[in-house]
Design a protein around this ligand. Structure first.
Ligand code: ADP
Ligand code: MG
Length: 688
C-alpha cells in the first residue's frame, strides 16, 4: 500500500442525474454530501428477484414475472388516491396488477410494453390473483435491474428519497465513484476486496457474490470497531511514569481493617490485581465485572483508599442519586474515625453545599468524591485525582468515562458492572479494558427461591410477605412499567401503594419510592426502609441498581414478562443478601407461553452469566448495550450472536495491527477511514 495518496476533491452528490434537486437536497440533509459517503450507506438486506415465475405458476407471496401489458385502466380516484390497474400476460396466462397512488404508472406503461414486474401477489377483490403495488421496469429500458430481475438492495430509508430513487442514485454513484474507493483494510485481512466488494454489496450479480461480500462487510464493521478499541487501549497505557501508587503491606492492612468483613477469595484476587496495576506506573484501565451482590463496592473502596494513602484523591461515579447516597453512607461508615474526608455530589445538592464540596475537592481537603453526573460537570476540579471508579458502567458511555478521567492527569480507571456480560459482548463493548471477574458471592448467602406466578392470583404471595414480616424481615414490591413514561410508572406504583396500604396490609407500614419523587423524599423513603420503619417498599425500577438492604428477603416483581432476564436478575439481586432464605415472585400478567418459558430460566438458575447468555440469545444485544448514548457499538450488518467467530477474528487482527503499527503510520488509508467512520463516536481524534 502506498503511503501518500493525493486526494482529489471528492465527487459530490450534485453529480447525480435525473434525481431532481429536492432529492439531492434530501441526501445532503441526511449527511451524504459526497458520492463516496453515499456508497457506504450499505443495504440492510436484499430481495431475490432474479427468479422469474411463469404467470400460470403464481401463488400468494413475493414473485417476479416477465410479462407484456395487455390492457391498462386510466387512474380512477377514490378518496383522492389514484388507482391504476393493468392486466399482464405471458405465454402461460394472465394476472392483474393494481397500484395505489402511483401517478407514474400511466406515463410509463402502455399496452404492448414488455416488463419485469416484482412484488407481492395476493387475492384481488374478485378472488383472482393480482400484484399489489409491484415494482416494474421496461425490459431493455434504462432502469432495468434497479428494482426487478436481479438481487435488489434494500436500504435503510433516507427521508425524502424513495427506495427506487435511492437504488438509481446508488447505481450512478457506483459508476462515477465506485472504482475510486481503494482498499483500506490491511492486506490479507479479507477475501472480498474493494472496490469490487462495494459493487457486489449494492448490486450483487448472484447469491454467491452476495455471501462473499457480506462476510467482508461484517468483518469490516467489527474490525474498525475493534481497531478503535485497540487504539484507545494503547493510548491509555502508552504514557508511563505518572501516578504510580504503591500500597505497601501496612497500608493494605489498614485499608482492610476498615471493612467489617474479610474479603472473599475473589475480592482478594481483584484487589491484588488492581494494586499491581496501580503500582505498575501505567494508568490502569480495568473492568471489574461481578454478579450482583458479589461485593464490588469493597473492591472499589480498597482501590480508592490506595490513592488516598498515596496522597491523592479518588472519585466514584454512579448512575442514580439513590445509589450515590447509599455508597456515600456505606463508605462514610467504613471511614468512621479516620481523617479521610468524603463528599457527595449530586444534582440536588443545594448551592452552598455544592460550593463547599467543590472547594474541598479543589484544595484537597476532601479525599473522596461520590456522585452522579454532577461529578463530571465542567466546574468540578480535583487537586490530585489519582483514581476514577465508574459503577454500573453499562449506564455510562466511553465519553463519560473519559470525562471523569480528564479531571485528573491520566488517573487509574476502574469500571464496574453488575450486569454480567457475555464474553463476546464484553470484549466488544469493553475491548479497551482489562477484565477482572468476581466469580464468588460473599459467604452466608442463600440462593433466592424464585417462582413465576400469575398476576391474577397474588393472595399466596401476600401471605408469604406477611409471614416474613412477622419474622422481622422486609419486602420489596417492584412495580415497574417499561415503555411507559416515568409518570405512568410512578402512577402505577402510587396506585399499588394505595391498594396495598389500605386493603392488603393495613396493619403494616408500606413505603413508596419512585423516580418522580423529590430527592429528599426518596432519601427519606430509603432511610425508613433501611431502618425497618417501613416493612414493605413499593417502588419503580429506581431500586434496580445497587440498593443494599440485607434485611429484605422477599421481592415481588409486577409485569415481569415485560423485562429482560438480565434486568430481572439484577432486581432479584436486591434480596438474598443475608443468611435468611429469600423468595422472589415474578408476577406475569397476560403473558404467552414464550414469555413464561423465558421467565422459568430464572426459576432454574442464579448464574448471572448463564442468564445473560440466554437473554442475549433471546433478545439480542440491545439489553446489554442499550442506547447509542451509552457508547455501545451499533452494528448494521454484523450480528453479535451469529457472527461471534468473525468478531474474535477481527479483534485479533485489529490488536495485532496496532501492536505492529501503533499510530497507523504505515496504513494511512485505514487511518483516514477509521477517523471518518468512528473518530467522533469513539473519541479517536485526540489519539491518532
Ligand atoms: P455489588 O457487587 O452488587 O455492588 P455490594 O458491593 O453492594 O455488591 O455488596 C453486596 C453486599 O455484600 C453488601 O451488603 C456488602 O456489605 C456485602 N459484602 C461484600 N463483600 C463481603 C464479604 N467479603 N463478606 C461479607 N459480606 C460482604
Ligand atoms: Mg454495586
Amino acid at each position: 500500500m502506498r503511503a501518500k495518496t493525493k486526494s482529489a476533491p471528492a465527487p459530490s452528490v450534485d453529480l447525480l442525474k435525473g434525481l431532481g434537486a429536492p432529492r439531492i437536497e434530501a441526501l445532503r440533509a441526511a449527511g451524504f454530501t459526497t458520492l463516496r459517503a453515499l456508497l457506504f450507506h450499505l443495504p440492510k438486506g436484499h430481495l431475490d428477484r432474479a427468479t422469474v415465475t411463469p404467470i400460470a405458476q403464481l401463488a400468494e407471496g413475493e414473485h417476479t414475472v416477465r410479462a407484456k401489458v395487455r390492457s391498462l385502466t386510466v387512474p380512477r380516484f377514490r378518496r383522492r388516491v389514484a388507482i391504476a390497474q393493468a392486466v399482464l400476460g405471458d405465454e402461460t396466462g394472465k394476472v392483474g396488477a393494481v397500484w395505489f397512488g402511483r401517478y407514474d404508472v400511466k406515463k410509463r406503461l402502455a399496452p404492448g410494453v414488455e416488463l419485469l414486474v416484482s412484488g407481492r401477489v395476493g387475492h384481488g377483490k374478485k378472488g383472482g390473483l393480482q400484484f399489489h403495488n409491484p415494482d416494474f421496469e421496461e425490459i431493455g429500458g434504462e432502469a432495468e435491474g434497479i428494482a426487478t430481475g436481479g438481487i435488489i438492495p434494500v436500504y435503510p430509508p433516507i427521508p425524502g428519497v424513495g427506495p427506487n430513487s435511492l437504488r438509481r442514485a446508488m447505481r450512478q454513484a457506483l459508476e462515477i465513484a465506485g472504482e475510486k474507493v481503494t482498499e483500506y483494510l490491511p492486506e490479507g485481512a479479507e477475501t472480498a476486496p474493494l472496490p469490487g466488494a462495494l459493487a457486489d454489496v449494492h448490486f450483487p450479480p448472484d447469491t454467491a457474490a452476495l455471501e462473499r461480500t457480506r462476510s467482508r462487510w461484517i468483518f469490516e464493521e467489527f474490525f474498525l470497531y475493534e481497531l478503535a478499541m485497540a487504539l484507545r487501549r494503547r493510548a491509555a497505557t502508552r504514557l508511563g511514569g505518572a501516578g504510580r501508587i504503591e500500597a505497601p503491606p501496612d497500608v493494605d492492612r489498614r485499608i482492610r481493617a476498615r471493612l467489617p468483613f474479610a474479603l472473599t477469595a475473589a475480592q482478594e484476587r481483584a484487589v491484588t490485581e488492581i494494586h499491581a496495576d496501580l503500582a505498575s506506573g501505567r494508568p490502569m484501565n480495568r473492568l471489574l465485572q461481578g454478579d450482583v451482590g458479589s461485593g464490588k463496592t469493597a473492591v472499589a473502596f480498597a482501590t480508592m483508599l490506595a490513592a488516598v494513602a498515596a496522597g491523592g484523591q479518588a472519585a466514584l461515579l454512579v448512575p442514580t442519586e439513590t445509589l450515590a447516597e447509599q455508597h456515600f453512607r456505606t463508605i462514610s461508615g467504613w471511614l468512621k474515625g479516620s481523617r479521610t474526608e468524603c463528599v457527595l455530589l449530586t444534582g440536588s445538592l443545594k448551592a452552598a453545599a455544592r460550593r463547599e464540596a467543590l472547594e474541598h475537592l479543589g484544595d484537597g481537603t476532601a479525599h473522596l468524591a461520590i456522585g452522579t453526573h454532577a461529578l463530571i460537570e465542567p466546574d468540578v476540579a480535583f487537586r490530585r485525582l489519582l483514581v476514577a471508579v465508574v459503577d454500573e458502567q453499562h449506564r455510562f458511555g466511553v465519553l463519560q468515562r473519559a470525562a471523569l478521567a480528564a479531571k485528573g492527569d491520566r488517573p487509574h480507571v476502574l469500571v464496574m458492572t453488575a450486569t454480567p456480560i457475555p464474553r463476546t459482548l464484553a470484549i466488544t463493548a469493553f475491548g479497551d479494558l482489562d477484565v477482572t471477574t468476581l466469580d464468588e458471592l460473599p459467604p452466608g448467602r442463600t440462593p433466592v427461591a424464585t417462582r413465576v406466578v400469575a398476576a391474577s392470583d397474588l393472595d399466596p404471595v401476600w401471605h408469604t410477605v406477611r409471614l416474613e414480616v412477622a419474622a422481622g424481615r422486609q419486602a420489596f414490591l417492584v412495580y415497574p412499567l417499561v415503555d411507559a413514561s416515568d409518570r405512568v410508572a410512578a402512577k402505577s406504583a402510587i396506585e399499588m401503594h394505595g391498594h396495598l396500604s389500605r386493603e392488603v396490609f393495613p396493619d403494616l407500614a408500606v413505603g413508596l419510592l419512585h423516580g418522580r419523587m423529590k430527592s429528599e423524599e426518596k432519601a427519606s423513603a430509603m432511610l425508613a426502609f433501611r431502618a425497618n420503619r417501613t416493612q414493605v417498599l413499593v417502588s419503580t425500577v429506581v431500586i434496580e441498581v445497587g440498593v443494599d438492604v440485607p434485611n429484605a428477603t422477599v421481592m415481588i416483581v409486577g409485569n415481569a414478562e415485560r423485562f429482560g432476564l438480565a434486568t430481572l436478575h439484577q432486581l432479584r439481586g436486591r434480596i438474598g443478601r443475608s443468611s435468611h432464605p429469600s423468595k422472589c415472585f415474578l408476577a406475569a400478567g397476560e403473558a404467552g407461553g414464550d414469555a413464561l418459558k423465558r421467565l422459568r430460566i430464572l426459576e432454574e438458575t442464579q448464574d448471572g452469566f448463564r442468564i445473560a447468555e440466554e437473554d442475549l440469545r433471546l433478545r439480542g444485544p440491545g439489553e446489554f448495550l442499550g442506547a447509542r448514548q451509552s457508547g455501545a457499538p451499533e452494528f448494521h450488518l454484523a450480528d453479535l450472536c451469529r457472527d461471534a467467530e468473525v468478531l474474535s477474528r477481527a479483534r485479533d487482527a485489529a490488536f495485532a495491527l496496532v501492536r505492529e503499527d501503533p499510530e497507523l503510520k504505515r496504513h494511512p488509508l485505514l487511518k483516514r477511514e477509521i477517523l471518518v467512520r468512528l473518530g467522533d463516536r469513539m473519541g479517536l481524534v485526540d489519539i491518532l
